[in-house]
Design a binder for this molecule. Structure first.
Ligand SMILES: *Cc1c(COP(=O)(O)O)cnc(C)c1O
Length: 371
């Protein structure tokens, strides 16, 4: 079965081999060397001043950012399940929340942010997804961050959940104070590792830290010295070093972003040519989300063709098909997914199969979108 869900994504064979060695102890010079190399590569990937690793899923990185970077009052963009999660985390820790809520296909509006900041001069932190994965939506994070810094300077720390954006598309990090990533999306690792890039301003805001397990001050002190406060996720960190070597040193980020862009763009051309409807008003590059009343039937037909794509959640359950573009993906696999989609539409009697999906994908990927 081809795993084409926007997380988890398949782990490359070389990375699986790198993680197959015997377990090493985390308080050894051997592991410290691996940890420091990984840290350096991670900071380069994130384009931030510093970075922390946590043995947790991505949500742990979100929680750590809320508890260490929000003092009292947070402004949070909620255009889906993951924005909602920031709201729930902040409330769970007794923070005041000003919520900017939108339908799941709609990006944040700069005017709303401006208005909220004026109405609530005591907002001290801002939280947003770069790609809101529940609808495949791209928020204009860079513009919003620049607006916030222009209005309030470093009184407001800007936290971006980049779990489905880091390693997917270029992110302008100049005005970001925290950038969150997770292992099982574009970084092609098994779940269990959260990463948070930090700016100087964020490091200052952290101060002596907050909380216990997710105390960023305690972790920063340890991780800068090549160790972690608690047992490191050694196997996953070894895998991360291998992934980052591939992405940064062998493939190169520009090439990775270009391939992802061509795959995503060609996929969207095919989806529209097949008469299907793209869900988000402004799609992110991490995935293509298709709105369809028969999404469940299409997804189960796709399984018969050996393709596993994701569906929708909550009110979009049964109405969405989400096709992953994150990671290093062979073009023939991406073409097969779309070919299977075209076959499924024929099976349902909706559109006669004529090979459009495969032809248009290959033509676009290799010709139209080249250079
Ligand atoms: C997957 C994801 C997360 C984290 O989910 P976990 O299950 O905790 O790893 C957070 N934000 C976004 C945008 C995601 O796509």
């Amino acid at each position: 079965m081809l795993l084409f869900t926007p997380g988890p994504t398949p782990v490359p064979e070389r990375v699986r081999y790198a993680m197959a060695g015997p377990t090493i102890h985390h308080r050894t010079p051997e592991f410290t060397k691996i940890f420091l190399e990984t840290r350096e590569l991670l900071i380069e990937l994130l384009k931030m001043e510093d970075a922390l690793l946590f043995a947790s899923t991505g949500t742990g990185g979100m929680e750590a950012s809320v508890t260490n970077l929000c003092r009292r009052k947070a402004l949070i963009v909620n255009s889906g399940k993951f924005g909602q999660r920031f709201v729930e985390i902040a409330r769970a820790f007794g923070k005041e929340v000003v919520e900017l809520r939108y339908p799941w296909d709609e990006a944040v509006k700069l005017d709303d942010v401006r208005k909220a900041l004026k109405e609530h001069p005591d907002i001290d932190s801002f939280f947003i997804q770069i790609c809101e994965s529940s609808g495949g939506l791209r928020h204009p994070v860079e513009e919003v961050a620049s607006l916030i810094k222009g209005m309030r300077g470093d009184e407001v720390v800007v936290v971006a959940d980049g779990i489905t954006a880091v390693g997917v598309e270029p992110i302008e990090t100049d005005h970001l104070d925290a950038l969150i990533a997770g292992s099982q999306k574009a970084l092609m690792l098994p779940p269990g590792l959260a990463m948070v890039g930090l700016s100087e301003v964020a490091i200052e805001r952290i101060g002596s830290g907050s909380g216990y397990y997710f105390n960023m001050a305690k972790e920063l002190a340890k991780q800068r010295n090549g160790t972690t406060a608690y047992t490191a996720a050694t196997t996953l960190i070894i895998g991360l070093r291998e992934v980052l070597q591939i992405l940064l040193r062998e493939v190169g980020l520009d090439e990775l972003f270009d391939q992802t862009d061509r795959r995503a763009t060609a996929t969207r051309l095919v989806v529209e040519a097949l008469g299907l409807t793209l869900y988000p008003q402004k799609p992110a590059q991490a995935m293509t989300a298709i709105y369809d009343e028969d999404a469940e039937e299409i997804r189960s037909l796709l399984k018969a063709y050996g393709v596993h794509v994701a569906g929708g959640q909550d009110h979009l359950k049964g109405k969405l098909i989400r096709i992953n573009h994150m990671g290093l993906i062979e073009p023939h696999e991406a073409a097969w997914v779309l070919n299977a989609l075209e076959l499924a539409l024929d099976d349902m009697g909706r559109r006669e199969y004529d090979g459009t999906a495969n032809r248009l994908f290959c033509e676009s990927y290799y010709r139209l979108l080249e250079d």
